[in-house]
Structures are given as structure tokens and as C-alpha cells.
Ligand binder design. Sequence first.
Ligand code: ATR
Length: 279
Amino acid sequence: MVKFYNSCFCLFGNPVHHSFSPEIHTIFSNQININYFYKTVLVSKENLKNSIKNFFVKKYNLGANVTVPFKKEIIKYLDNLTERAKISRSVNTIKKINNKFLLGDNTDGVGLLYDLNRLNFLRKKNNILIIGSGGAAYGIVPNLISKKNLVYIYNRTNSKSKKLVKYFKKFGNIFCLKRHELKKYYFNLVINATSSGIFNEIPDVPNSIISKNTYCYDLYFNKEKYTPFLKMCKKNGAINLKNGIGMLVSQAAYSCFFWHKKFPNIENTIITLNKKINL
Ligand code: ATR
């Protein structure tokens, strides 16, 4: 049977072949009863501008997600940003307004926060280490900064983490650490916001920062229960280990709401997706 769609959405990124977003949005489409199609579009840095133009010129192409490594790069091709995208200086969601303007949003931070609360990974006061300083880190920092949290940033390229911390300093307690300084601190939550997992790599951090009591979260996930980063944390004794599947579904749910003004069921979608990939 041929299926007709009312609108089309896509994911721009590189790589995108590993993405579960099409599956997630197919589930959402059924849940919210809006017949939209979702596909991945592989783009290079050189053709990002044209890819966006070619996609949005079509009347029924109404929105998109953006992933590695374009979350910051994309901004210059958009007409306006929501407040939270402005603050995070990175965009993972685009909506076409009045068939004309492109509005950028960022749902990564709210998505992560939703998932950390769902998993009970947050305490009243948190010492949080975020590893990485790319678009993903910029997206999540605003939602983790609060009066009660201390947020530490470590990135293998120190100049980038310094830049990130300098920018977010006005919003709260955020500090930049060099590799040798990591050993001196205690973190109750460690978040891998690097893209290392995509390349089957692990960020180089001292083993001593992970212990039995550390909550370990990887924004990345693959078809295995544990990502390379989480395997390393497990080896160091951590027992609370979660990959980014819950955040992926949650940020997608907030994107869905941004586009359609209907909020899908996150919990059911995570269960369906986990079954699908046998986790
Ligand atoms: P994203 O939008 O997903 O954040 P990005 O902007 O390309 O993608 O940023 C990728 C981040 O992952 C960077 O912080 C990068 O570190 P550098 O700034 O030093 O390049 C980090 N990263 C990627 N591969 C890594 C690896 N193998 N080990 C440690 N950090 C890594």
C-alpha cells in the first residue's frame, strides 16, 4: 500500500547512517496521529548551505534536525533563533515558518535534563564533569548550570573548553579543567559529550575520576548495551551507566512538539526502541 505524507522532516549530519531518528519519528507520527515523513540527509561542510536551501525550498519540507558536526555551523544559515538556541549557541532543530523563515531551536538540553531526571541520575547538589566542548556540550550546558550544581568542563583541546567556559560563566558555576587537574576533583555525574564513540574511541581521562558511586552518562549510543566510554567506566567500578538513547528520544520529543505542538510519549518510545535494538 502506498503511504501519503502531509509533510517531510529530515536530519542533516555527517555521519547519519547510524541514526535512529527516522525510527523514533515514525513511532511519534503514529502516537500523535500526524502523518509526517522523516529521513536522513548526509551532508559535507561544503554543501551544508545548498543542502538546507534545496531541502527547504520544497513546500512540504517543514523542519529538520541537525547533528554532528553542524550544530554550530548551521546557525549562519538560519533567520532567527529561539531563546534557548541563542543561549546555547547551537541548534539541533529547525522549523520553517510561513513557508519562508528558518527558526533554529535547541532541544538537547531539555532532552538530557528530562532523561537524567527519569533515570534519577541527579542529586540536590551535583558536581558534574562534562567531557567535550563541541556543539553537543554547548547544547546541554545551560540546562545543567544551576545555583546548586558545579559544572566542570574538560576537553582534549583546552582552548575550546576555555572558550566555552568563558562564554557560560555569566550563567553560573562553571569551570574549565586541564587533564592533570581532573584527579583533584570529585564528580558524582560524568557526562561524555564528545563524538569519540562514533569513531569507537574513548576520551582520554584518568581512571581515578570514575568510581563505584559515579553516575556515568554517554550522550552517544550504539547497538550495544555499553558504549566504549561506558565500558571504560564499568571497568573502573561504576554501576550506574546509561547511554544516550533516553536523551535521543527526549530531545526528539521536544523537536516533535516544536514542529507539531503535540508531545509524544517518551517512555513508550524508549521501550519500543530498546526492544527493536535488543537492549
Ligand atoms: P558535536 O556537535 O557532537 O559536539 P563537534 O562540534 O565536532 O561535534 O565536537 C566534537 C567534540 O568531541 C569535541 O569536543 C572533540 O574534541 P576536540 O575539540 O579536541 O576536537 C571531541 N572528541 C571527538 N573525538 C574525540 C576523542 N577521540 N577523544 C576525545 N575527544 C574527542
